[in-house]
Structure formats: C-alpha cells, structure tokens
Design a protein around this ligand. Structure first.
Ligand code: CMP
Length: 136
C-alpha cells in the first residue's frame, strides 16, 4: 500500500557555509526523495525560538536557536514513501559521533550542534514544520 509522506528538512548553517548544499540534496535524491519545495533563507533568532519551541526547557535551547539563526539555511519539503522515518534513517543519529556510516550526519556533521541537517521527528511535527516555513 502506498504511504507517500512529506517531511521537512533543513540544511543547517554549518553545511551551507561549507557549500555542501548540492551534495546533501543529491543524497536525498539518490535515496528516492523528491524535493517538492525549497528556499534558502536566514531567519531571526525569534523565529528559531518558535521553530524549536518543543525544546524550550532544554539546557541547549538558547544556543540551538542562536545557531540556527546564525547564517543561511536551506529549508525543503521532501516527499517519499514513509518520508519521516526514511529521512531520519538517512540523517543518522543526532550526534554525528553516534551516526552510522553512510548517513548525512556521519559524513558531514561536525558536532551535536553543527550536525548539518534537521528533519521532522514525526508525521504530526512534519505538518507543523512544513506549515511553519511554507504556509503563505
Ligand atoms: P535537530 O534535529 O535540529 O533538533 C534539535 C537540535 O538540538 C538537534 O538537532 C541538535 O543539533 C541540537 N542539540 C544540541 N544539544 C543536544 C542534545 N544534548 N540532545 C539533543 N539535541 C541537541
């Protein structure tokens, strides 16, 4: 049965800064994802705080929001069968040190903060995150 889903992906400032945008997009495409929508933007810290609101009680929240707003990012809507889980597998563990070979974070991530990509963690959050960046 078809289970086509959409998920939100962000190429974070550390990866955009190192010109990894095209290589990372190629990894998505070669793993069967279609990029339905994309834009390169820089957001205000206040917007990052809204985006990462689920983490507001975490000790790393302030740094995280400062970081996401520190430089250009690429936000994308990815589509594939089981896109949310499939993207999480392709990204690898949050901490690049724990990520498996062949994953984006293993290949490009620098640290748990500069881990090169964000991806929605559930179907529900994917809808919220896609709306956050692409609702007009
Ligand atoms: P991301 O998938 O964008 O979601 C929240 C981000 O917080 C995560 O990737 C990490 O880059 C960052 N982060 C920093 N410290 C931690 C931590 N201790 N646990 C989880 N995420 C962290």
């Amino acid at each position: 049965m078809s289970n086509l889903e959409q998920t939100l992906s962000i190429i974070k400032p550390d990866a955009v800064e190192r010109n990894l945008e095209n290589e990372i997009k190629e990894m998505f495409k070669s793993n069967g994802f279609s990029i339905l929508n994309e834009k390169k933007i820089q957001i205000e810290k206040s917007e990052a705080e809204k985006f990462y609101k689920v983490h507001e009680t975490k000790p790393f929240y302030d740094d995280l929001c400062g970081y996401l707003s520190s430089g250009p990012i690429v936000v994308m809507v990815l589509e594939k069968e089981n896109a949310v889980l499939s993207n999480r597998e392709l990204m690898g563990a949050t901490n690049p040190e724990d990520a498996e070979e062949g994953t984006i974070r293993k290949k490009y991530g620098i640290s748990i903060d500069k881990n090169s990509v964000h991806g929605s963690d559930s179907i529900e959050n994917a809808k919220i995150e896609i709306d956050f960046f692409f609702k007009d």
